[in-house]
Every structure is written in structure tokens, then in C-alpha cells.
Design a protein around this ligand. Sequence first.
Ligand SMILES: C[S@@+](CC[C@H](N)C(=O)[O-])C[C@H]1O[C@@H](n2cnc3c(N)ncnc32)[C@H](O)[C@@H]1O
Length: 311
Amino acid sequence: MLDVHQQFWNEWAEAYRGFSESVEAYRQAQRDLARLAVGAMGEDRKRGAISLLDVGGGAGNMISPLLDTLARQRGHLRGVIYTLTDAAKDMLALARARLGQLGKTYPDVEFRMLRVDTLADGFAAQIGGGPADVVVNSWNLEYYPTATRQELVDRLVRLAHPQGVVAFSSTVRLPPGMGFRDILMPIGRAQVFYGFLTGGRTKMDVAVNGLKQIAQFGTAATASHFPEKPTLLELQELGKRAGLKSVVATYQLFGASAMAVGRRDGAALPDPGHPEISKVLAGFPGYDGYPGTATFWSSFWGLWRGEQKRL
Ligand SMILES: C[S@@+](CC[C@H](N)C(=O)[O-])C[C@H]1O[C@@H](n2cnc3c(N)ncnc32)[C@H](O)[C@@H]1O
């Protein structure tokens, strides 16, 4: 990992964890990725011991979405080993700080948290533990140097069991003049408005804090030395070239992000669903007509519907 990136993630660890935990659209995107990844596992592999590998797992935001989904589908979490790796020490410290609570919430799961650079020589040997049933790499690829993206996905695929699943996500390239901040800010504002209406001052303050963190992180991430973001099609191609015989991909997070899930053995995969935004984003024309107000209202409506479902 480049020193400049190391420094970036150590500096932004708290803020990144903050908004990706408090902005509902982000949490939804994490749950969507988890549902697709766990849904792509074969039933026979779900029966035995299970190894989940969360590469570049940061502060551990994917832990609960993955384990909750697996517990729902499998009925229990016995025999599950969850390994999280990351190269940034402050990100890993946040993940390790969760261990006490994780031990109580998921007593049947064995957790391993390792400081490992995904691009380091001997990366797989440093992780150890044999092939994984599910390898997840969420919101990492866009932050690795462009020339190393294929190598990254190749490594993920090599870590997976021959009948295993590989799942990765990334924020994606947007039309000129648009940044992911332009999409995330209306989402954040919708949550502030929604918080005020449904939870008063306390819920609103949490949402305001999330919004501030998005604004600051969005500016910092754009200004720092990260490469151009990939497109959804590039994600799919990277997966295929790395040896995933079946791959599905779709947009998430209101078109600011995309996820790809594949299997080495080419087994059929669940339909990832295609949000309305996919039609607008295909080839970009008209995307500039996707105004912030649309993101605002669809986000607000999504929150409302989500809450209704939970009741
Ligand atoms: C946007 S965060 C995503 C974290 C987590 N996967 C999630 O979904 O919340 C990107 C993470 O990639 C990690 N990362 C970037 N380059 C890396 C590398 N070469 N090796 C290991 N981790 C890396 C950063 O330290 C950071 O924690």
C-alpha cells in the first residue's frame, strides 16, 4: 500500500466508519452485497465449516451484514471462521475494538484480524487458513493503483475455494463534472429530514453528523491521489479475466457504486436485481439529468419503506 494511502486511511478511519455506519443508504448497500455473496454459496458448502474472508475489511462494517445474512439462511453460525485483513493500522484498530461486542453477538464465530497488505509478496501465506468459501472485498478496488486492479482480483479469486464465491464492490466512474459526493449529499440530507420527522433532535443530530462526515470524506477522497474509478463493466471484466466463470454485477448506492459477485466453478448465480438507475447509467447519456432532488426523494422514500417493513 502506498504511504500516501496508508496515511489517508489512518486519518479518515473514524469518519469513514462514521458515515458508512450511520447513513442508511450505505448500510443498505452493505446488506445488498452480503445478500448477493451469501446467496451465491452452494447449499452443500453452507452445511459444513465455513470460512469468510474480508480482504481490506477496514473497520469491519461488513461483519454484521455478512454474519446476519448467513445466520438467517443457515439457521446458525457454528463452525464459522471470519478473517478480516487490512493494511491501515487505524482501520484495523477500529475493527479490533469491536471484538468484545462481536464475541457476545456471535459467540459461535472465531474471528481473526490481521494487518496485511493485499498487494504484498506472500499475501496469501500471511493470511493462511486455506481456501475461503466467501471472499469479500468491499469498496477497495477504486483505491488501489489502476495497474494493480487485475492483480488484486486475481488474488481474491485464488483465495477462494473452487466452489467458493468472490464478491467485490467499488464506487464507480461518473459522468464528467460529477463526483460521488454529488450523489451522497442528497442521500445524507434526506436522512436528516427523515430523522427530524421520525426521531426528533437526537436522530437528526446523528444524521447531521453523518452528512458532515460524507462532505469531508468526499472532498478528501477526491482531492487525494486516488486513481480514476472503474465502471460497472470493468468490474465484471476484471472478475472474468481473473477466472470467475460466472459473474453478475449491478449498481447500488443510487448509482454511486457497483458490486460484482462470481464463482470460480461457473455455477448459476442469484439475480442481483437492476435498480432503475441502471437504465439511466447505461452508456451515461441522460445521467446529467439525474438531479440531486431525485436522489433526495428516492432516498427518503427508501428509508420510509424500509422502516415500514421493519414494523
Ligand atoms: C473504503 S474502505 C472500505 C473498508 C471496508 N471494506 C468497508 O466496506 O467498510 C477501503 C479500505 O481499503 C484498505 N486498503 C486500501 N489499500 C489496501 C491494501 N493495499 N492492502 C490492504 N488494505 C488496503 C484501506 O485501508 C481501507 O480500510
